[in-house]
Design a binder for this molecule. Structure first.
Ligand SMILES: [Zn+2]
Ligand SMILES: [Zn+2]
Ligand SMILES: [Zn+2]
Length: 926
């Protein structure tokens, strides 16, 4: 008899260098270094060369500030797409880019320079802007890489690079050629503070209190011929406005041609306004029983004239379909220089596009009474004056949604200026854009309506800005006759110069040096030409970013995917589509995906002032980038994304669960050589075939979810597989077989074969989501023929192997149901302290006839399936399933803790159960 053995040493307990503690914050940077040193990204591209192509085109983030959770969310989603497409077998390079020009940097540099700015020439100022952009590109690049995002970080596209600037002008040249570009006086949103025109996308609507006033305009024309009842009366047109400061620019009053208007008494006077609004007007103006003297449709008034309340000028009565009876008087004060619809009416009636307001928002000196005054400051002065002279009938206030500048947050004004535009309707540009929108796939689908509505409503695109940091508009003005020179030839000529020297050339070179040799004014033949001083709207620049595609065989035009936040329907998706149509005759993207914004746990926007702002850096340095990636994978990104401490805890728990499940599998493969020991499918134990069958089903669901960009389904599928199928079932049952069976036995090799397959395929499946952890585990995975040095070089598995016939699969499903019933009874017995560990139990099954065959067929598997020491099947048919739990007979085997009546009866190791005695005997060569 040998001495009492330390049986623990005879067990095959798990061992692995894949630690329980993740230490992601320390390990992730090491992986990044390693990937960099081994040139992993280049290897991935090389490996997929010749494969089908997939292009995700990066929407360039703006090169100022550090990244926040929203930018992280965006980049991680892009990385999910690129990595998963790569593992599907596509050649999917990721070329990141940055949006470098524009007002925010200009403002920042202005502030930084302070007084010094005065001495700087324009080139020196632009160089400061460039330095500023480069600084933040370097910072953001480092932060994006830290997230585990793979891409061509060493050669991104920059909108301020000479090559890119040349491309922007080449895109513009196509619009010039088609005649869609024009220069014209037109009201645009104008920020008096920033002193620039603003694009639609640069406007924020916020509540603002404005004056609300009723004003009367005396009618000059005679109506008494048509309406004798008005004879001898003083007649006034009644208007309502919230912008008294636009009254000095009033040139007309608009009426709806079809609506009914009424001339009604107001004391001694007669007012004209929409009939339907009369009750409201009467109340507002406290009119004493107004009497209607005449009624007529608006069209009766066309061409008549009123007089401006205080300026010696006529105001024309005109018709317009946009006049509504929702508020006001139905008679709309019209200043063609200060509103979009007013402008259109002005064009229709050949009115002057009169704009007596300068770039700083002050009335020009010629304006009677108010010259030099700021328009908003003028509001109360104008109303006070009108009150004095009696033309103001009522003064109140209104809180309404009003456009503000997104940069400086100040209210903006509508002001006609001389600007460059892209006509939306010339050559059917808008119609073609709407057609193209129908061909694009929108995720989520409501995006289609959103962008179509914006495309339908958008005015001509104002593409000029009165700033310095951007791409100059390559046009010239003749000093002799004032003619504008802008042609495809000139644009392309300047594009060539910009491609070589960058857009500073515009300021370095003389007009002669920028123009094709011998260029003369097309009107007067003069050669004294002056450079345009405006730059292009940066949205045109970023909208031209698809010009970086089509230059390399692995980055063809158009892109398969554009993915950005929902604000880009009116921003980048919109401008890219228009530039794509102008320059390439089509949409630059086939599929357009949007994601929501990041909110805190209560659903509030994150802001530094609310104190709920979380920096990605905070999470990464404490928990690792993997946790942020997991956050993105677990949320439905199409909705707004919440983040906070509770969510963080859940993420850390979920991560731990995944990590430990992988760790358990790795730990039980330390002695497994896949190439020589992997068992064939038909030789595997039923349970192992079953779990591989489940793995394949889950794997297919995950692949489908990747194909549909549904990453929360990817992760939740894996997570429930890990918790429900693996942890709570398969791995739990497997422990006895793995730990206690003889090392080289078929029992153990069958289990290891299954574990190896599950581990390998789930690592590959999760590599796009958890690139660091999957790689770490991959390195610990036993070597096998064809194993790539990095998990990121692998292809997704296809899950085509058949592991179970449908009949057996159904039987397993029923066995699992039976197990559920048994576990419930075991739990009860444990609660009643009749047993401790489930191995102390003997289960007696009383079975109805329809369950008997199944139980008999799998009689041998039942005790391991239930993790009990013995299972008895009652010979009598029962009316329904009953489970009785008693104490297992016999002694406890000190090696495997199973109870057996045979413990104590062995020859060599009598204290062991027969199975363990066999194993130990073989090990000790007894
Ligand atoms: Zn502003
Ligand atoms: Zn000329
Ligand atoms: Zn045993």
């Amino acid at each position: 008899m040998p001495d009492k053995l330390d049986y623990k040493s005879t067990l095959s307990l798990p061992r692995t260098s894949f630690s329980m503690k993740a230490s992601l914050a320390q390990k992730e940077p090491e992986f990044l270094k390693k990937w960099e040193a081994t040139g992993l990204y280049a290897k991935i591209l090389e490996k997929r060369k010749g494969g089908p192509k997939f292009v995700l085109h990066d929407g360039p983030p703006y090169a100022n500030g550090r990244i926040h959770l929203g930018t992280a969310l965006n980049k991680i989603l892009k990385d999910f797409i690129v990595k998963s497409k790569t593992m599907e077998g596509y050649s999917a390079p990721y070329l990141p880019g940055w949006d470098c020009h524009g007002l925010p940097i200009e403002i920042k540099v202005d502030q930084l320079l302070g007084e010094k700015k005065k001495d700087l020439g324009i080139i020196a100022f632009r160089e400061e802007c460039e330095k500023y952009a480069l600084k933040f590109i370097a910072i953001q690049r480092q932060e994006f890489r830290r997230l585990g995002v793979f891409g061509e970080w060493d050669a991104p596209y920059l909108t301020m690079s000479p090559e890119y600037e040349g491309d922007v002008l080449r895109c513009l040249a196509a619009f010039v050629r088609s005649g869609n570009v024009y220069k014209g006086l037109r009201p645009v949103h104008w920020c008096p503070h920033c002193q620039t025109a603003l694009a639609e996308a640069e406007i924020e609507y916020r509540d603002r209190t404005s004056p609300s006033i009723y004003v009367k305009f005396p009618l000059i024309s005679d109506l008494t011929g048509k309406f004798p009842a008005l004879r001898g009366r003083k007649i006034f047109i009644l208007i309502w406005t919230t912008t008294p400061w636009t009254l000095p620019a009033n040139l007309a009053i608009a009426f709806h041609p079809e609506h009914e208007y009424a001339a009604f008494t107001a004391g001694e006077e007669v007012f004209i306004a929409a009939k339907r609004l009369l009750p409201i007007i009467a109340e507002e103006l406290r009119l004493d029983e107004p009497r209607i003297l005449a009624e007529f449709p608006g069209r009766e008034l066309e061409g008549l004239k009123a007089r401006h309340p205080w300026i010696d000028r006529q105001s024309l009565l005109v018709l317009a379909d946009y006049v509504t009876l929702e508020d006001g008087t139905g008679a709309v004060h019209t200043a063609p220089g200060h509103g979009h619809e007013d402008y259109l009416t002005g064009l229709a009636y050949h009115l002057d596009i009169y704009t007596p307001v300068d770039g700083e928002g002050r009335f020009i000196p010629q304006v009677e009474r108010y010259g030099g005054m700021n328009v908003f400051a003028a509001n109360p002065v104008i109303t006070a004056d009108m009150k004095k002279d009696g033309s103001l009938l009522k003064e109140g206030q209104i809180s309404h949604s009003y456009p503000h500048c997104w940069r400086c947050k100040n209210p903006v004004i509508f002001r006609a200026t001389s600007q460059w535009f892209i006509s939306m309707d010339k050559n059917g540009l808008r119609r073609r854009a709407l057609d193209e929108i129908k061909r694009v796939r929108w995720i989520p689908p409501w995006g289609e309506e959103r962008i179509a509505n914006m495309m339908t409503a958008r005015p001509d695109w104002c593409i000029s800005r009165q700033r310095k940091w951007g791409v100059p508009i390559p046009a010239f003005e003749c000093r002799d006759c004032g003619a504008i020179l802008a042609s495809e030839e000139i644009t392309l000529h300047v594009a060539e110069i910009f491609s070589r020297e960058g857009s500073n050339a515009w300021y370095n070179r003389s007009p002669e040096e920028l123009l094709p040799a011998g260029t003369k004014c097309s009107q007067c033949g003069g050669q004294r030409l002056e450079k345009e001083s405006n730059i292009l709207d940066v949205w045109f620049e970023s909208g031209a970013s698809h010009a970086v595609l089509g230059k390399r065989s692995d980055l063809p035009w158009p892109a398969d995917i554009y993915i950005e936040g929902t604000d880009q329907y009116r921003g980048w998706f919109n401008s890219s589509l228009i530039v794509g149509l102008g320059a390439k005759s089509g949409s630059p993207y086939r599929t357009c995906i949007t994601h929501g914004f990041v909110l805190d746990e209560q659903g509030r926007a994150m802001s530094k002032s609310l104190g709920n702002f979380i920096e990605p850096e905070e999470i990464i340095s404490r928990h690792g980038a993997e946790i942020l990636r997991l956050w993105v994978a677990m949320l439905n990104y199409k909705e707004d994304a919440r983040f906070g401490n509770e969510i963080l805890e859940r993420l850390v728990d979920a991560y731990r669960k995944v990590r430990n499940t992988w760790r358990f599998m790795l730990g039980n493969l330390y002695d497994f050589c896949p190439d020589s020991e992997r068992m064939k499918g038909e030789d595997l134990l039923l349970l192992d075939r079953w779990i591989l069958n489940r793995t394949a089903a889950v794997g297919k669901r995950i692949l489908k979810a990747y194909g549909e960009f549904e990453y929360h389904i990817v992760f939740h599928s894996l997570f429930s597989f890990f918790t429900v199928d693996l942890s709570a079932f398969y791995l739990d049952i497997l422990k006895d077989r793995l730990y206690c069976s003889a090392k080289g036995s078929g029992l153990r090799k069958s289990a290891q074969t299954a574990l190896f397959e599950i581990l390998k395929s789930t690592l590959v499946l999760m590599a796009p989501i958890l690139p660091f952890t999957a790689e770490e585990a991959w390195e610990c995975l036993p070597a096998f023929a064809g194993k790539e040095e990095s998990v990121h070089l692998e292809f997704f598995p296809s899950f085509e192997e058949k592991w179970l016939d449908p009949e057996t699969e159904e039987e397993m499903r029923r066995l699992i149901d039976l197990r559920e019933a048994v576990l419930k009874e075991l739990e009860k017995a444990r609660e009643e302290k009749r047993i401790g560990n489930s191995l102390e139990a003997e289960v007696r099954l009383l079975l109805p006839a329809d369950k008997r065959d199944l139980a008999e067929k799998y009689r041998e598997e039942l005790s391991s399936l239930f993790i009990v020491s013995s299972v008895l099947i009652d010979p009598e048919d029962a009316s329904e399933l009953r489970v009785e739990v008693g104490r297992a007979p016999g002694g406890k085997c000190p090696r495997c803790w199973n109870y057996s009546p045979e413990v104590g009866s062995g020859r060599d190791f009598p204290e062991l159960c027969p199975r363990c005695e066999d194993v130990v005997r073989a090990m000790k060569n007894v």
